[in-house]
Design a protein around this ligand. Structure first.
Ligand code: XMP
Length: 210
């Protein structure tokens, strides 16, 4: 099974469906984020599921009070999302509100340079929270394989690690999988390339043996 997740950060419905369809063979799942939902509406989740037959991850990074998280998550799961990404730093009640409705992925550390300011200092506490709540998985930075290894050592083995930051942000796919990630999340290196299908195929083959 593939360990590649496509981050489909385009606005346009037709473009999104076209890229998803031609890369699906090499993917485990498709991740949608605000750009696509803002550009094409929530119905794009349902359409992507139909076109690819793959799990859909809604990367909303929910970070609100439990009731608002619940109001948002219920509509997004209804639209066909299989997983929703939620922030942990807002507290366990907010994460639980999403988990009660469906499979949840919690952010424990982020891939951009600014993550060192506020998120990384509390990663240990977020790992503890994940071990207690047992979401499907956590998000960790592909840009810092040593942090992925650190998180893997402390996280319950059944909790998956999904890592954005490969390619455009500088992360190396093989290095991060060797460090303990279960899946890599790749956006621009696939959807903004000249040939998204070829780019997805190349990445798929690069990580096949890791
Ligand atoms: P690129 O184009 O950089 O896209 O390959 C990466 C995708 O992943 C999202 N992203 C993150 N999501 N924690 C997250 O939950 C992170 O640290 C993180 N870094 C990147 C990004 O929004 C895009 O969809």
């Amino acid at each position: 099974m593939s360990r590649l997740i496509l981050a489909l950060d385009v606005y346009e419905r037709e473009k999104a469906l076209e890229i998803a369809e031609c890369t699906a063979e090499y993917l485990w799942a498709v991740k949608v984020n605000w750009p696509l939902i803002i550009g094409s509406g929530l119905g794009i989740i349902t359409e992507l599921k139909q076109v690819t037959g793959l799990p859909i991850i809604a990367d909303l990074k929910l970070a609100d009070i439990p009731n608002t998280n619940k109001l948002i998550a219920s509509r997004v799961f209804e639209a066909g999302a299989d997983y929703i990404i939620a922030h942990g730093f807002v507290g366990r009640d907010s994460v639980k509100a999403v988990m009660e409705l469906g499979k949840t992925i919690m952010v424990v550390e982020m891939s951009h340079p600014g993550a060192k300011e506020f998120i990384q200092p509390v990663t240990d506490k977020l790992i503890e929270m994940a071990n207690e709540l047992r979401p499907f998985g956590v998000i960790a930075p592909a840009t810092r394989p040593e942090r992925v290894a650190y998180i893997r050592e402390r996280l319950k083995p059944e909790i998956k690690i999904l890592t954005p930051g490969v390619g455009a942000q500088g992360g190396d796919a093989r290095a991060v999988l060797k460090a303990g990630a279960d899946y890599i999340i790749v956006g621009r290196s696939i959807y903004a390339s000249e040939n998204p299908r070829e780019s997805a195929k190349r990445l798929y083959e690069e990580i096949e043996e890791v």
